[in-house]
Design a protein around this ligand. Structure first.
Ligand code: DC
Length: 202
């Protein structure tokens, strides 16, 4: 049986951590769809056009160790605004969403475009400052030399581009439950999400 949990939201809202915890709890497969766009963006650094990069994407591309950098995030957001790039990545995501045994997908357009009939749709968000602070800690931890202000500006620029694009913009699905994690610890956010999913699975 398939069961799709769609988790959308802006950059660094906690989607990834929540999605991993949810997938582990229910023993579902997890797909971080941002990685598809990050890998596509990273391939353009080597001279491929965004559309060629998306069409030629392989599993090995998702294993690159430069996908979590600020540059890869910006490149991802830019290629993600190109309709043909998005189109090249749809089939893979939709097949993943409906695989046997259940799936958690996190991204920007899972509840609106990839899996509009998802059994559970969440939109996870947090204030700009809280998101920037979390991402700043993460990048510093990886040895990146960035300031809080640079991270905040980067997030805002990316969110604006992701929300303003014509194709599959960042926005909550009409039937999504919005969860603001600004004043929650990650454990509290995960507990709230699991309670909501449990109620939906009954
Ligand atoms: O979730 P992330 O920060 O890794 O995503 C990187 C970029 O990829 C994000 O700024 C927009 C794009 N993206 C998208 O357009 N649609 C998705 N489903 C996931 C990511």
């Amino acid at each position: 049986m398939s069961f799709c949990i769609a988790i959308d939201g802006p950059a660094a809202a906690g989607k990834g951590t929540i999605s991993k915890a949810v997938a582990k709890h229910y023993n579902f497969a997890h797909l971080d769809t941002g990685l598809l766009y990050r890998a596509t963006g990273a391939k353009t650094f080597e001279g491929l056009t965004p559309i060629d990069a998306a069409e030629a994407l392989t599993a090995a591309d998702l294993e690159r160790d430069d996908l979590r950098t600020g540059d890869a995030g910006q490149a991802a957001s830019r290629v993600a605004a190109i309709p043909e790039v998005r189109a090249a990545l749809v089939d893979f995501q939709q097949a993943f969403a409906r695989r046997e045994g259940g799936a958690v997908l996190d991204g920007r357009d899972i509840g609106t475009v990839i899996c509009p009939d998802a059994e559970v749709k969440l939109y996870v968000t947090a204030s700009d400052e809280v998101r920037a602070s979390r991402r700043h800690q993460e990048l510093i931890g990886k040895g990146e030399d960035v300031t809080f202000e640079q991270v905040l500006e980067d997030l805002r620029e990316r969110d604006e581009r992701d929300a303003a694009r014509a194709t599959a913009p960042l926005k909550p699905a009409d039937d999504a439950t919005v969860i603001d994690t600004s004043d929650m610890t990650i454990d509290e956010a995960v507990a709230q999400v699991l309670a909501l999913i449990d109620a939906r699975r009954k």
